[in-house]
Design a protein around this ligand. Sequence first.
Ligand SMILES: C=CC1=C(C)c2cc3[nH]c(cc4nc(cc5[nH]c(cc1n2)c(C)c5CCC(=O)O)C(CCC(=O)O)=C4C)c(C)c3C=C
Ligand code: FE2
Length: 420
Amino acid sequence: MVRGVSRRGLLGGGAAAVGLAGAYGLGRVDDPATATAGAGEERYPFRGEHQAGIVTPAQDRLHFAAFDVTTDSRDELVALLQLWTAAAERMTGGGAAGPVGPVEGAADLPPDDTGEAIGLPASGLTLTFGFGPGLFRDAAGTDRFGLADRQPASLKDLPHFPGDQLVGRRTGGDLCVQACAQDPQVAVHAIRNLARIGFGTVAIRWSQLGFGRTSSTTAAQDTPRNLFGFKDGTANVRAEDDTALGEHVWVGADDDAAGSWLAGGSYLVARRINMTIETWDRQTLAEQEGIVGRAKGTGAPLSGGEETTPPDFAMPGSNDQPVIPVDAHVRVVHPSSNGGAQMLRRGYNFVDGTNELGGLDAGLFFLAFVRDPETDFVPVQLAMARSDALMEYLRTTGSALFAVPAGVGEGEHVGQALFT
Ligand SMILES: C=CC1=C(C)c2cc3[nH]c(cc4nc(cc5[nH]c(cc1n2)c(C)c5CCC(=O)O)C(CCC(=O)O)=C4C)c(C)c3C=C
Ligand SMILES: [Fe+2]
């Protein structure tokens, strides 16, 4: 099933996959074995208890966009969310952005789809929407949309962390859309068309392309590698772990009185982290492994075993030092070092050409979903800043926080609970 002239009307062909949505009890198909009907044919239902793109098996490509809302009209904002919902449902189903299509409309009108995805299948596209702090109060403190009394306490700009070298044009945003797909053209097409639909109501503030997912979100997925060459995502919160998801990813109904509309949703932390690849590449294998705390080849902890063996932080090494160094990344960020904090990481590698010194402008676009950034992200980031050997090779150049509302029910639009 592909987008374009002949594909509409064929969308029912994926019903078998969609019909298995009950597998996780969440009205979605998150199991690649059931969702995949052929190369590029995998589709994830747009509607469900939670938004797709969180516990969905991490796709290989990303286009993430943060938007500024340029209108002061609440009605226009809601109308945009309605249009985005319809377009997102169509595109994630393998269809065009608009009801007419890229080439089916009148020749004297602009098409309601830009056309670069004609012939391409759904490619596992998910579109995940979030609301930034600026939607509730803008930089001047103005309540543009009558939402200020519904702002959750934790939805505020992240603190400035040591090591942050934030670039304004890569930071913040009133709205975000995370587009993930197996085909970069499909992800880019989705963001481009949502931006086109929003012309006059929103403007893209910044966006980020990513490749080579740096996390696994289900047990069935292999662990991919980051640009330092290490397996990344081994000890992630996974789709199968309902207990961890309930404790550390999904916002509870009683978490925040003002933010009760966010129940069943999550917070999305986005950090664009530049990695000084060239310096890293000059470190010995032993130094690199000591900095991470895991073996580069297998991903096993330096205390031994296999990739999924829990690290033994007490195991002695040489020179009265533990075998996993005290400043190793996996020790510093481990839940046992941070009061039990956990997060669902869903980041991507990026290379945005070269910097002014001729080095790669490259790194990890870190994305993490948490129930509360104050307890599950900020303490871990502060611990890294304090004592993580990895920090010497990192420079954070972009940062944002969004509230990601729960899934969209039948007949609803994205984030409807916030506006009712
Ligand atoms: C504040 C949270 C984190 C940031 C920022 C972060 C950046 C970052 N991480 C790597 C490489 C690896 N991270 C690994 C594990 C890991 N990282 C975090 C948190 C942050 N990382 C957590 C919570 C964990 C899991 C710890 C555990 O429970 O054991 C690993 C090991 C493999 C794995 O478990 O995923 C690697 C490798 C880079 C390169 C990076 C910034 C660019
Ligand atoms: Fe990490």
